[in-house]
Design a protein around this ligand. Sequence first.
Ligand code: ADP
Length: 240
Amino acid sequence: MLNVSHVTKRYGKVTACDDVSFRLEPGSVTVLLGPNGAGKSTIIKSVIGFLKYDGEITVGGYPNKTVEARRLLGYIPELPSLYPNLTVSEHMEFLARAYRLTDYKPRVEELFRRFELTDKTKKFGDELSKGMQQKLNICLGLLPEPRVILLDEPMIGLDPHAIKELKLMIEELRAQGRTMLVSTHIIDSVDMLWDRTLIMEAGAIKANVTREELERDGRSLEQLFFDVTEGEKPEEARAE
Ligand code: ADP
């Protein structure tokens, strides 16, 4: 559904992504896990078409910068960029018009209910707390019902209710056959039903495992993460 092939992105002398390749299967949740500065946002911004890079990215078989690919893609950025002079409702209205959505109002109501924004609909973008901004950001990303959804550090700033609701929603979206890539630097935040994890460090994918592979291996995600990012210890050292 999403195919990232040999993507390299340099900012001057910094190589943010170095020959990154991976595929996302339809109806799956993939976690992109890595420390700060690993290159997670860079790869997500490359997929969404915000950056120039070397390599190839396709969505549903279409090159990612085509109209066809953009129709399939949804993006929930790490930092919400809201309009200070639009209300919560007007943000949704604006997005619905931009995407030419029809019959979207019941969906807006449902998203507001689930993310506890129903009593905030008349507030302006700059009147919202950080957490509320992030909730609106999520509602905006989900309104067009994209087939492939990229979520960049989506749990940051959310209260426990919103985190629970978002995890539930990710499971529902997967059951509908949608494909998701969730980036995070917090291992504990991904105890949800992920199907595949990509561990990224210093611009490269250091591990690409399915949940079954990890279970067969007998390692926890945390163990794998530290083995990969801090180097595997020799057998004798582990036995001590
Ligand atoms: P992550 O999302 O994993 O925290 P990023 O993709 O944001 O990592 O960053 C990867 C690397 O690229 C870091 O070294 C970061 O400093 C660098 N970088 C990211 N954006 C820019 C930019 N606009 N200009 C220069 N360097 C950047």
